[in-house]
Design a protein around this ligand. Structure first.
Ligand SMILES: [Zn+2]
Length: 294
C-alpha cells in the first residue's frame, strides 16, 4: 500500500509517499513554503507536489491521498485556519478533482494522534500535546481518540494580570498559547524591551542573559500550569509532546514533575517527546489512511 501524505502547516507543506515497512517506509519526501491566504494557490501547490511525487513512482500505484490540515475539519471540509490565513470554509477535496484515489482529510492533531496510536506503542490513555505556534492536545482514552471540539487547553486563560497577559488570536488575553507558544514568548520578550525571535530568547537564556532566563522560566511556569489543568481533566499514563517548540526546546520548556504537581490533583505521568519528531504529521496522515482502508 502506498499513501501520498501531506502535512500542511502555516509555514511549511510537507509531502511524502509512505508505504508498508517495518513498520513503515518513507519513499519520497518534499517540503515547500506554504502559500497563505489564497486557497487557489494552496491547491496549485498540492497539485505540483503530487505531480512531482508521482513522477518518482514509475509503475507502482497510489492507494490513497491523506491530508493533515491546521484547523478544524468537518465532513472533510476545512472550516477555517488562522495559520493559513483562511477565514472561510475550504473544500480541498473538491479542488483536487483530478485525483481518483480515496482522499482523507482531517485536522493535523487528529492525524498525529494516529501516528502515536499505530506506531508509537502507546498505552491506553495518553495526551499528545503540541507546543508550537499553537498549543492544543489530542486525547486518547482506552485506545480511542476523542473527536470533536476538545483538547483546546491552549486557550485556558492562565494570566489574568493585564500587564502580563498577551493578546491571543482568539480575541482574549492571557491564554496559555498567548503566553508560552513561540509567539507568546516573543510577545513577552517585547515587554522586556527585546524585539527578538523565540529562538534568540532561548539562545540568550542559554548564554545566561537574565531577562531571557526570566522569559523562558515564565513560559515554563505557564506550561506547568497548563499541563496541570490537563491532568485534572483526564488522568493519563503518558504525555507525549510534539510541535517545533516542544521538540526543539524540550529540556528548556517542559517543567519538572514537581512544578506541574503544584497544579494537579492527579499524579504527573511520564512526559516524553514524540519519537517521530517533525515527521509526525506525515506519518500520522499515513496511519490515518491505513486505519481507514483496512
Ligand atoms: Zn486564546
Amino acid at each position: 500500500m502506498i499513501v501520498e501524505c501531506y502535512d500542511i502547516g502555516g509555514t511549511k507543506i510537507k509531502g511524502a509517499l509512505i508505504t508498508d515497512g517495518n513498520p513503515y517506509e518513507i519513499l519520497q519526501q518534499l517540503q515547500i513554503n506554504s502559500e497563505r491566504g489564497n486557497p487557489a494557490k494552496l491547491l496549485n501547490q498540492i497539485r505540483a507536489m503530487s505531480k512531482q511525487l508521482r513522477g518518482e513512482l514509475k509503475r507502482q500505484k497510489i492507494d490513497a491521498v491523506s491530508i493533515a490540515l491546521p484547523g478544524p475539519v468537518k465532513d472533510g471540509i476545512l472550516q477555517a485556519s488562522p495559520p493559513l490565513h483562511l477565514h472561510a470554509p475550504f473544500d480541498i477535496k473538491a479542488g483536487l478533482e483530478g485525483i481518483t484515489e480515496p482522499v482523507f482529510i482531517d485536522n493535523d492533531l487528529n492525524m498525529a494522534v494516529m501516528a502515536e496510536l499505530y506506531f508509537g506503542n502507546r498505552p491506553g490513555n495518553f495526551y499528545l500535546l503540541t507546543l508550537s505556534t499553537g498549543i492544543g492536545a489530542g486525547i486518547v482514552i482506552n485506545g480511542k481518540p476523542l473527536q470533536g471540539s476538545c483538547g483546546e487547553f491552549g486557550h485556558d486563560v492562565l494570566e489574568r494580570n493585564p500587564n502580563l497577559a498577551n493578546k491571543c488570536s482568539c480575541g482574549k488575553k492571557g491564554c496559555w498559547v498567548a503566553q508560552a507558544s513561540g509567539y507568546g514568548i516573543e510577545e513577552t520578550a517585547k515587554k522586556h524591551g527585546l524585539n527578538i525571535s523565540c529562538q534568540d530568547v532561548f539562545d540568550m537564556a542559554g548564554e545566561g542573559n537574565k531577562d531571557a532566563v526570566k522569559i523562558v522560566e515564565a513560559a515554563k511556569s505557564y506550561t506547568a500550569h497548563g499541563i496541570g489543568n490537563m491532568l485534572n481533566a483526564f488522568f493519563v499514563d503518558t504525555l507525549v509532546v510534539m510541535g517545533t517548540l516542544g521538540i526543539k526546546q524540550f529540556k528548556s520548556i517542559i517543567p519538572a514533575k514537581d512544578e506541574i504537581k503544584q497544579y494537579s490533583i492527579n499524579r504527573v505521568p511520564e512526559i516524553t517527546a514524540t519519537k517521530f519528531g517533525e515527521d509526525i504529521g506525515i506519518i500520522g496522515a499515513y496511519a490515518y489512511a491505513v486505519s481507514r482502508l483496512k
